[in-house]
Design a protein around this ligand. Sequence first.
Ligand code: ADP
Ligand code: MG
Length: 226
Amino acid sequence: MVTLEGVKRHYRVGGQEVHALAGVDIAVPQGQFAAIVGPSGSGKSTLLNILGCLDRPDGGRYCLDDTDVSTFDDERASDFRNRRIGFVFQSFHLLPRLSVLENVLLPRRFAQTTQDDAELEERAHALLSRMGLAERLDHRPGQLSGGQMQRVAIARALLMKPALLLADEPTGNLDSKSAADVLELIDEVHGQGQTIIMVTHDSDVAMHAERQIRLRDGRVEHDSAA
Ligand code: ADP
Ligand code: MG
């Protein structure tokens, strides 16, 4: 369960205050797939950074599964992020010198985890099989298509069984066929109970989600669940 209450974030740009988020209230129940849409400058990236514990609100509260993360210092925020949040980006963010399997196992390096290595490796294999990449474990990202790279990134994002999967324009760099495949995969991950929040400017992509939340000028302008 994701709860944002009166979340604000402002920037000061040369004497001027920009209210990137001007008081946002959103509750996303466990297992929901929600899309955040809105024009450029409406606050989508600012919101995603806060949801991903990469940034903190300067007003209001953000709770993820009963943990108030808005008060965390940088170290606690990054530990929480590594263990509880999965990210999928438009440009994949895979490390080119690592194999597909090593990329998927990367979160293990950063998370202070008590899970043993064999268990995580088994999970990485299972995720990659599910993504149709079982034969590609030793390949480098550069040997894959865009759609395959995004599937590797999704497997990596799911490795630690995150409470929340965040996707930032996950199909933005893909041709329409690969985009459709990746959306189908995200639907499938959602079908297995994963909570997902996806930012997109593409209304067709947003319609894949159960719920569409539209931002404008740092506020929720429309929420299909409201
Ligand atoms: P979106 O992702 O919807 O395009 P952003 O969250 O990036 O919107 O930006 C929201 C508003 O905050 C915009 O007016 C933008 O110019 C401003 N903004 C975002 N990040 C910064 C920053 N680091 N410094 C100053 N202003 C920023
Ligand atoms: Mg943005």
